[in-house]
Design a binder for this molecule. Structure first.
Ligand code: FPP
Length: 263
């Protein structure tokens, strides 16, 4: 069993694109839906492991804005599966101090998901040990478009001065920034190297980690391997490596006006 890195080297916020359920099932001669069912088992395992090692926030890309275009039977199966997950995991979420939140267009979800989701979000609202965020009917472009629309409305109503708009202003219009710490690590399973309209704004300085494992096979040790990989990386946020190392030991930025590395 792989060990977790020391707490100070852990990401605060991990996002996961849980890909490969369909291929996992097809490779075994099973219907795609069986892949999703096994994927829900991986969700349980990973939530439990993340909570245990002390991850502050975990966001799971469970259903994209574009997933509505899948065959209706598959969409219905995923909705039923989400409902079952919310009902079956209720006690574990509450007993472990986990706060459930969502990002995305939750209003598009059918009542069979919206109702248990709303209930568990309310029941867990005071929990502080980990945030579990389900990205549901979520699209990065859709969220940015929504933020722009709301900002345009605010400008038109005289509540927002366009000249005052900074990065931090935009973030006040993004529910991810309001609810979650900055994204540190993005994991994608199944060997694909894409963001697929997940956290577009939020990935600006996230570390990306790709694994060939299909999501139904992803287990605790795979999460630990991703966390260990993250712990070995140097994040520079546009500064030089020397600056970052000085900052880590003294808290100061060395040579503030020095030209920076590109990343
Ligand atoms: C992508 O695999 C996965 C999804 C679209 C759904 C993710 C859902 C789950 C993991 C289970 C339910 C979630 C929770 C939170 C209980 P894919 O179907 O695109 O796989 P493929 O690329 O191999 O076809």
């Amino acid at each position: 069993m792989l060990e977790a890195p020391p707490r100070e080297r852990l990401p605060r916020h991990v996002g996961i694109i849980m890909d490969g359920n369909g291929r996992w099932a097809r490779a075994r001669g099973l219907p795609r839906e069986d892949g999703h069912d096994r994927g829900a088992d991986s969700v349980r395992t990973v939530v439990r492991a993340a909570r245990k090692v002390g991850i502050e926030a975990l966001t799971l890309f469970a259903f994209s804005s574009q997933n509505w275009d899948r065959p209706p039977e598959e969409v219905f199966h995923l909705m039923e599966l989400l409902r079952r997950y919310l009902v079956q995991e209720r006690a574990e979420i509450l007993d472990n101090g986990i706060r459930l939140v969502t990002v995305g267009e939750a209003e598009r979800l059918p009542p069979l998901v919206r109702d248990p989701l709303g209930e568990l979000m309310a029941a867990s609202a005071h929990n502080r040990d980990m945030i579990l965020c389900l990205a549901l009917s979520y699209g990065g472009r859709e969220m940015l478009t929504k933020a722009v629309r709301e900002m345009c409305r605010a400008v038109a109503a005289g509540r927002l001065d366009p000249e005052s708009v900074e990065v931090a202003t935009v973030e006040t219009y993004l529910e991810s920034a309001r609810l979650l710490p900055p994204l540190d690590l993005l994991i994608r399973t199944s060997g694909e190297h894409r963001i697929s309209n997940f956290f577009l704004w939020e990935t600006a300085y996230a570390e990306l980690y790709f694994t060939d494992k299909q999501w139904p096979e992803f287990d605790r040790d795979d999460l630990m391997a991703a966390l260990a990989d993250f712990a070995r990386r140097e994040r520079r946020f546009g500064m030089t490596g020397d600056q970052v190392r000085t900052q880590a030991t003294t808290g100061d930025v060395a040579g503030g006006s020095a030209p920076s590395d590109l990343d």
